[in-house]
Design a binder for this molecule. Structure first.
Ligand code: FAD
Length: 308
């Protein structure tokens, strides 16, 4: 791992740094670049703006690795409130939910996570939208795919996420490329051992292209989650080659990252979905975004220094 990334992630785990960042008056503005806010009202307002600009949205209520059944229930309730608001505000045709199974009880009991995800999927159906199950570290992949398969028996539109850095993923793409199958392909965000994951960024990129080909060749609905300009160009070229029309696949990017590129793609007729995180647990998410890209960290530090 890059030394700066290690340093930022270590700072992220440090309580003193956490208190400083969370309470510095300027943090709020900086955090808002990557996180829509803490409340349902905040995220619905951001969603409405993005939808007005022609983008679709997937909303992530921040919170992961819950080992407390009560917290898992609170997270489910947050999703139910969100889905209800999206429906009431007429946004559900363009806004879905992304759900981390670890935030709704996967570490406690797979069955509990399945039951909770089923409640969220049923609510999404009633509100006229969908959900996608985020993918977490490799120790949870099999469990998440089992839960996905169960959910899809009732709600075949439940989206999966596959991570190109895992050696197994091409096989998973082939298995999940059937008709109606919504699959988000991303590089992968967790620190994984070389036994299960490609270590070199170039190998990950090659794997991403192989997996993208498998999904485009299939009959499902691929969702390409990347900010990488080279991969965006390769996907455009491969989509043409496979005779895929815009709208039979989509691009996905994170809120606050390459917004100009998001709009450029929309203006060229492509379907683009923005992944929008919100909620009180924004700190860990922000640290991961900063660790991924030194330029983000410089932006953050400049803001802290400039205004405090
Ligand atoms: C919608 C979405 C959903 C995701 N869901 C998951 C998930 O469920 N599980 C999971 O493990 N991971 C998930 N991820 C994270 C993903 O796995 C990567 O960690 C993250 O997207 C960074 O990879 P990248 O493809 O953007 O390329 P990177 O290798 O990080 O960057 C490649 C290039 O992209 C450009 N770029 C990247 N970041 C920026 C930036 N901030 N500003 C300007 N240019 C930039 C630069 O040119 C850079 O060289 C998701 C990502 C997205 C976009």
């Amino acid at each position: 791992m890059h030394p700066l990334r290690t340093l930022i992630l270590a700072a992220g785990a440090n309580d003193a740094v956490r208190r400083l960042v969370a309470t510095a008056p300027v943090s709020r503005d900086v955090v808002r670049r990557f996180v829509a806010g803490e409340s349902t009202d905040d995220v619905v307002a951001v969603t409405a703006r993005l939808v007005d600009d022609g983008l679709s949205v997937s909303l992530d209520y921040l919170g992961e690795d819950t080992s407390d059944e009560l917290v898992a229930e609170q997270n489910v309730q947050a999703y139910l409130r969100l889905l209800d608001r999206l429906h009431t505000d007429g946004l559900s045709a363009h806004a879905e939910a992304s759900v981390k199974l670890s935030s709704i009880g996967q570490a406690l009991d797979e069955r509990l996570a399945l039951d909770n995800a089923s409640r969220i999927a049923a609510a999404a159906e009633q509100c006229g939208t969908t959900i996608t199950l985020d993918m977490e570290d490799h120790s949870t992949t099999d469990s998440t795919l089992r839960v996905l398969a169960e959910l899809r028996r009732t709600w075949p539109w439940v989206g999966a996420v596959l991570q190109a850095y895992l050696r197994r993923t091409l096989d998973d793409c082939v298995a999940l490329a059937g008709s109606g199958s919504r699959v988000r392909l991303c590089k992968g965000a967790y620190a994984e051992p070389a036994s299960v994951a490609f270590a070199h960024p170039h190998e990950v990129d090659l794997s991403y292209v192989r997996c993208a080909n498998a999904l485009l060749a299939g009959r499902g609905y691929p969702m390409f989650a990347t900010h990488d300009p080279r991969l965006v160009a390769v996907i455009a070229e491969r989509a043409l080659w496979y005779g895929r029309k815009p709208g039979s696949y989509e691009y996905q990017m994170l809120y606050g990252i390459r917004p100009d590129e998001q709009r450029r793609l929309v203006n060229s007729g492509e379907a683009v979905r923005v992944y929008v995180p919100y909620g009180e647990q924004w700190y860990g998410y922000l640290m991961r975004r900063l660790a991924e890209r030194p330029a983000n960290t410089a932006f953050f530090l400049r803001s802290l220094a400039g205004r405090s």
